[in-house]
Every structure is written in C-alpha cells, then in structure tokens.
Design a protein around this ligand. Sequence first.
Ligand SMILES: [Zn+2]
Length: 201
Amino acid sequence: MIYADLHIHTVYSSDSLVQPKNIVDQLVSHSYIKVAAVTDHDSVRGCKVTMQLASAYPDILIIPGVEITTPQGDMLVLGTEELPPKPWSPENVADYARSISGVSIVAHPFRQYGMGETARGIKVDAIEVLNGGSSSAVNNQAKEFAKNLGLPGTAGSDAHQLSELFSVNSRIDARLDVDDVLRAIKKGLVYAQNSAGSIRF
Ligand SMILES: [Zn+2]
C-alpha cells in the first residue's frame, strides 16, 4: 500500500512557489506519504527536475505528469514526461494518456477551470474527487459524479505553496513503482482521503 499526493505544482508553473527540492524533502521526512505526482500547468519541466532530485532516495517515488489547460477545463495526465500533441481538446488528451499507458484524470470538475458535466462524454480514467484547493461541497459533488460514471476517484493537494503539500492523499494498493501505481489507479484500487495532521515541517 502506498500513499500519494497526485496533484502538485512547482515553480515551473507560473503561479506556484513550491521548489522541486521541497517536494523531495517532504517525501523523505513524511511518515507515510512517499509518492507524489508533479503536475505543472502545461509544462513537464518541473517533473523532470523533481525526478532527478528524487532519484537519490530509494524509498520515495515521483510520478511524472502535467495539468493540461483544455478549453473545456483542466485535465491531469500521469505517467508522462512529454506534453500531449496539440490541439489540447479533452478527447485528444485522454487519447494521448491511453496511448502511453498513462492515466487521464478530470481535475477538480466542479471548481473554476473544471470541466463539470462536459467530462461525461470523455473517456477518462479517473475523476479527481478530493482536491486540496476545493471546498468540501464541490469535492463531494465530484465524488458523486465519479460514482455515477463508475470511475475511480483520486486525491491531490493541488499545492501551489509549501504549506499546502500533502493536505490530502490517495491510498493506492500498489508497489513503489510508477507503472504499478498507474495500473492500480485505472483498476480503481485507489481511495481518496484527507491527511490532516500528517504534515511535518
Ligand atoms: Zn492544479
């Protein structure tokens, strides 16, 4: 069993203050969250830098990813160190994720920049049902939505600053291995939960 924060922004997103080193340090010192997906806005530079730094520590894992700004709303792709080919329609992004055996996730569907009901028509792998930057009302709405669609629900802090890292986590029945984590999410072996009190500075 692993515990992962599946939605984090670094300074390679224009609106984030989190340094790649912060993520690595927090994973090393955290008591149980040892996996993090780096998902910058329309950039894969941050995940590459973070993976490089994390490679010195065998007991933590960085999942490369990106948060793509589509005209309909934000989508996460996990398991990629490349950007999807344009145009970035939700369908194209989901197709790209499938083609690389990655995971496509509708980010915060009922918040600003969320896809809302539009996500219904898109073949995504999962819905983000617990977003650290969203109210519990819209998170609950996302949870109902995922249940309704029969899709797995993931959790990610959507951290843009250090204090927001790991506010929520995804408990995943997987080994400490990127491919195994991605496979487990697609199989629905994932449980979204709050991690209150778990952050150590
Ligand atoms: Zn985000």
